[in-house]
Write a protein that binds this ligand. Structure first.
Ligand code: ADP
Ligand code: MG
Length: 156
């Protein structure tokens, strides 16, 4: 199942991220959730994540963890990890990042540039594909790949 959204401006993209936060929080705490964010540089991936984290109570800016590859947050009793794999040199490096260990009950993994993992990210629940729609708008196509992903998407 897929759903398409249009965000006209960064504020609308942040608002969409806030809605996703609410939808994620409705998911049961005994599940972990893997969400991938695909799309060109500047397509709005980090903007959506910043809206999501702000909705859950994070104050302050959110940047793509381009060099550290991941940034952990603890919000609303959940471990939320924001990953940016753009600078991943080889999928083997994923093991060092310990992403597998982050997949525990109640955790949320948000991964930009999942393509860099070359298929080594298994069990994706929700994939988000961002695209330019002119200079001042973006489209977002969300697709669910698991029952919990579908539950989240249906609330978005
Ligand atoms: P990415 O993480 O995909 O590389 P960013 O989220 O960092 O992209 O966004 C890049 C730029 O695009 C930022 O200046 C941001 O304000 C802008 N932007 C984000 N979403 C939208 C949108 N829906 N419409 C117009 N500009 C947007
Ligand atoms: Mg980014």
């Amino acid at each position: 199942v897929m759903t398409k959204y249009v965000a006209r401006g960064a504020d609308e993209m942040r608002a969409l991220g806030a809605r996703l936060a609410q939808a994620l929080c409705a998911a049961p705490m005994n599940q972990s959730l893997l969400v991938t964010l695909s799309g060109d540089l500047g397509a709005g991936k980090t903007t959506l994540v910043s809206g999501l984290l702000a909705e859950l109570g994070h104050a302050g800016p959110v940047r793509s963890p381009t060099y550290t590859l991941l940034e952990p947050y603890r919000l609303q009793g959940r471990d939320i990890t924001h990953c940016d794999l753009y600078r991943l040199r080889h999928p083997d490096e994923l093991d060092d990042l310990g992403l597998r260990d982050l997949r525990v009950a109640g955790s949320v993994l948000l991964v930009e540039w999942p393509e860099k993992a070359e298929g080594r990210l298994n069990a994706v629940d929700l994939s988000l594909a961002f695209d330019y729609a002119g200079p001042d708008a973006r489209t977002l196509v969300a697709a669910a790949h698991s029952p919990v992903g579908q539950a989240v998407l249906s609330r978005l």
